[in-house]
Design a binder for this molecule. Structure first.
Ligand code: ADP
Ligand code: MG
Length: 265
C-alpha cells in the first residue's frame, strides 16, 4: 500500500460501531438490535417518533445506560467492557470515565451548574478531569465562548441567560474537553422558537469544522441541510438510512414517509 491508500483506508475506519445492540427496560424492548457506524468527520442525524429509542442509543454510547447484548466499539475499544478468554468483563469506573471524556453530550435541558459562572462551567472538566491549569483552561473557555457568540457573558450565571444562550454555553462546555464525538439529544426542543436558530447556527459551524456529530433532532430542515447521513428509527429499530437528501426527499419506507409527512408542514 502506498501512503495515499493507507490514509484512505484509515479514513474509512468507523469511529463508532454499534453491533446488534439490544436494550430493554423491564418488558419494554427499547432497542431491538441496532447496527450502525459513524465515520470520522460525519454528521449523522437521528430522526424518529417519540419513544423510538433515539435517546437510548445516545445514552448507551455515553454509558448513561448499559446494553443487554451486542457491542459498541469506539476507537478500537469496546464501550464499557473488555473481552477476555471469550467472556466480557466490565471496565473499571476509571476506565469508563476515560472513555466518557472522549464523547461530549448536549442535552435538551442545558444542565449547566447553576452556582458557577459561564466561564467556571466551561473550565470545570478540563481542570478537574484533564488536569489542565486554570489559566490555560480559562483561555480555552474564552476562545470557545467567542466561537459560540457568547464572549461577553463569561461572568454571568446560567440563570441570567436565555435558553438559547445557556445551550450555546453547554455546547462550549462539551467542546472544552475536545471530544472525538459530540452527541446532541434534541438540543433545541426546550427552546422558545425564536431561540432555536442561534443554537442551530452554532451546530452548523461545528459541523463545517469537521467535528464528528450524532444529532437527535426534530429539525428536519437542519437535518437535510447539515447531515451527511440520516438514520430514521421507529420502535427500537433502524427503518431506513442514507444521504440526507434521499431519506428526507424520497423516503423508501412507509414508516418514514408517515413520520415525515406528519412533521413537515
Ligand atoms: P426517544 O428518545 O426516541 O423518544 P427513548 O430512547 O427516550 O425514545 O425511549 C424509548 C423507550 O424507552 C420509551 O418507551 C421510554 O419510555 C423507555 N425508557 C427510556 N428510558 C427509560 C428508563 N430509564 N426506564 C424505563 N423506560 C425507559
Ligand atoms: Mg429522546
Amino acid at each position: 500500500m502506498n501512503q495515499t491508500q493507507t490514509t484512505e483506508a484509515a479514513a474509512r475506519e468507523p469511529l463508532l460501531t454499534m453491533h446488534q445492540v439490544r436494550k430493554a427496560f423491564g418488558s419494554n424492548q427499547v432497542l431491538q438490535g441496532i447496527d450502525l457506524e459513524i465515520y470520522p468527520g460525519e454528521v449523522v442525524c437521528l430522526l424518529g417518533p417519540s419513544g423510538s429509542g433515539k435517546s437510548t442509543v445516545l445514552r448507551c454510547i455515553n454509558q448513561l445506560e448499559t446494553i443487554d447484548s451486542g457491542s459498541i466499539n469506539f476507537k478500537d475499544e469496546y464501550i464499557g467492557v473488555r473481552p477476555k478468554n471469550g467472556r466480557w468483563f466490565d471496565l473499571t469506573e476509571r476506565q469508563k470515565a476515560r472513555q466518557r471524556r472522549e464523547i461530549g453530550m448536549v442535552f435538551q435541558k442545558f444542565n449547566l451548574f447553576p452556582h458557577m459562572t459561564v466561564l467556571e462551567n466551561i473550565m470545570e472538566a478540563p481542570v478537574k478531569v484533564k488536569g489542565i491549569t486554570p489559566d490555560a483552561a480559562r483561555q480555552t473557555a474564552r476562545d470557545l465562548l467567542e466561537r459560540v457568540g457568547m464572549a461577553a457573558f463569561g461572568d454571568r450565571y446560567p440563570v441570567q441567560l436565555s435558553g438559547g444562550q445557556q445551550q450555546r454555553v453547554a455546547i462550549a462546555r462539551a467542546l472544552a474537553m475536545d471530544p472525538e464525538l459530540m452527541l446532541f439529544d434534541e438540543p433545541t426542543s426546550a427552546l422558545d422558537p425564536e431561540l432555536v436558530g442561534e443554537v442551530l447556527d452554532v451546530m452548523r459551524e461545528l459541523a463545517k469544522s469537521g467535528r464528528t456529530m450524532m444529532v437527535v433532532t426534530h429539525e428536519i430542515g437542519f437535518a437535510r441541510e447539515v447531515a451527511d447521513r440520516i438514520i430514521f428509527m421507529a420502535d427500537g429499530t433502524i427503518v431506513e438510512e442514507g444521504p440526507a437528501a434521499s431519506v428526507v426527499g424520497s423516503p423508501q419506507m412507509e414508516r418514514t414517509q408517515q413520520f415525515l409527512s406528519a412533521v413537515i408542514h
